[in-house]
Design a protein around this ligand. Structure first.
Ligand SMILES: C[S@@+](CC[C@H](N)C(=O)[O-])C[C@H]1O[C@@H](n2cnc3c(N)ncnc32)[C@H](O)[C@@H]1O
Length: 167
């Protein structure tokens, strides 16, 4: 379930563009692959905070087992429950069902002015269930039709949607 290399490289590029004092959020830490890509893009700057949310305590523990800079913060819990209390971010990578399939509106609300949102796994796969297809279609439609967002669909790395909040 870890993000792929293409997504990781884009995460690094996007993180590198976050301004001084900015904030980055990942929904769905998993074992920390995406978190590592974000941290790598910041290249030791230390002037941006990275926060990541994971529901599964066992998975979160595996991610936290690695050595992380002190400006990386791990949240344990349901992204949908935590999002309203986390504040606003310059970059959000929504990679958990919570905050993507469910509660996407909360994720969009967590984008600051000119905040950038990345979602991946947007190209339907033959093996997906009907439910999975419905979730993907719902996320895509919500993003491309949201007047607050400027949206770009990229046919790369399993299908990416990149959005900037302008309204
Ligand atoms: C696709 S994996 C994340 C992969 C990771 N972002 C990466 O780049 O390698 C999705 C993760 O979301 C977690 N998850 C599922 N529901 C969640 C929720 N409601 N809130 C937070 N995390 C959730 C799962 O336990 C899983 O670890």
């Amino acid at each position: 379930m870890s993000s792929n290399g293409g997504t990781g490289r884009l995460l690094g590029v996007l993180a590198g563009a976050v301004p001084v004092g900015g904030r980055v959020l990942e929904l769905g830490t998993g074992t920390g692959v995406g978190t590592a890509a974000l941290v790598g893009g910041l290249a030791g700057r230390g002037d941006v905070g990275v926060e990541t949310v994971e529901l599964d305590a066992g998975v979160a523990a595996r991610a936290r087992d690695n050595a992380w800079p002190e400006w990386v913060r791990f949240h344990l819990g349901d992204a949908v429950e935590l999002l309203p209390g986390l504040g606003v971010f310059d970059l959000v990578y929504a990679d958990s069902p919570g905050g993507k399939w469910f509660g996407l509106e909360l994720t969009i609300a967590a984008l600051g002015p000119r905040g950038v949102l990345l979602v991946d796994d947007m190209t339907p796969e033959a093996w997906w269930s009907e439910e999975h297809r419905a979730h993907q279609a719902g996320v895509r439609e919500a993003l491309v039709s949201d007047p607050r967002l400027v949206v770009c669909e990229l046919d790369a790395a399993g299908g990416l949607i990149l959005a900037t909040r302008v309204g």
